[in-house]
Design a protein around this ligand. Structure first.
Ligand code: PEP
Length: 258
């Protein structure tokens, strides 16, 4: 992770209304200020539900906070008769820097297949934001010993149509499904093996410069008890954090350890 600035991204999922989000952001900023946190050493991003994005934006802009924010999903269409959808341009206009794409919960509970995920990535890039592409095997693929091919394949399906410049703006989150919300964190070696396999594939497709610049996050039951050893791994460039990102003290601890 030496030359890449690590990213700690909190995926709030369907938690916190806009008042709770406002409280959280202020408290996180105070905690980090008290700890003299250096945002140039480690980047922080929050991914609230759509309904809190505007509140987070107002705080970040008014206080010139150094944290970033983004959305958890996006429509693949630009506008029109798509009830309930939110377009990439709408998110970009709210100052979003990132959009999570292909989270396993979206793949499971919504009809988000590979083709849809490719289109989301394209929509995010076109709107000038950065996709955080989630990949990772289920317990079954791990049992069969095909976890690396599986995760690399999921990345490759999306990246093969990207230009070098587009690929350079991608962030990948390796999130083994068996580790999400289960308390069963991957070992540092498991996270490193997957991150390295993904980076090797990016190198083959786009060359060393792009591959060395893309940040590859680990996600799945990250806490302040395991973050420090995971970030030691050469190809792990930060975290996508679910449960632990709902506890502001815990999130600030993880950021300080990263
Ligand atoms: C996630 O949902 O992206 C995630 C990693 O969740 P958790 O940290 O709760 O395992």
């Amino acid at each position: 992770a030496a030359t890449r600035i690590p990213l700690v991204a909190g995926n709030w999922k369907m938690n916190f209304d806009h008042l709770e989000a406002t409280y959280f952001v202020q408290k996180l900023a105070w905690l980090l200020r008290d700890a003299r946190f250096d945002y140039r050493r480690c980047e922080i991003a929050l991914m609230p539900p759509f309904t809190s994005l505007r509140s987070v934006q107002v705080l970040v802009e008014a206080d010139k906070l150094s944290m970033h924010y983004g959305a958890q999903s996006v429509s693949v269409t630009t506008q029109g008769a798509f009830t309930g959808d939110v377009s990439a341009d709408m998110l970009a206009r709210l100052g979003c820097r990132y959009v999570i794409v292909g989270h396993s919960e979206r793949r499971k509970y919504h009809p988000e297949d590979d083709a849809n995920i490719v289109d989301q990535v394209r929509a995010v890039l076109t709107a000038g934001m950065q996709p955080i592409l989630c990949v990772g095997e289920s317990f079954e693929e791990r049992r069969q010993g095909i976890q690396l091919e599986f995760a690399v394949g999921q990345v490759h399906d999306v990246t093969r149509d990207l230009s070098d410049a587009e690929a350079a703006r991608l962030i990948v989150a390796y999130e083994p499904v068996w580790a999400i919300g289960t308390g069963m964190v991957a070992t540092p070696q498991t996270a490193q093996d997957a991150a390295k396999a993904i980076r090797d594939d990016l190198r083959e497709t786009f060359g060393a410069q792009v591959a060395e610049g893309v940040r590859i996050l680990y996600g799945g039951s990250v806490t302040s008890d395991n973050a420090a050893e995971l970030i030691e791994e050469a190809d792990v460039d930060g975290f996508l954090i679910g449960g632990a990102s709902l506890d502001v003290e815990e999130l600030s601890r993880i950021a300080r350890l990263t």
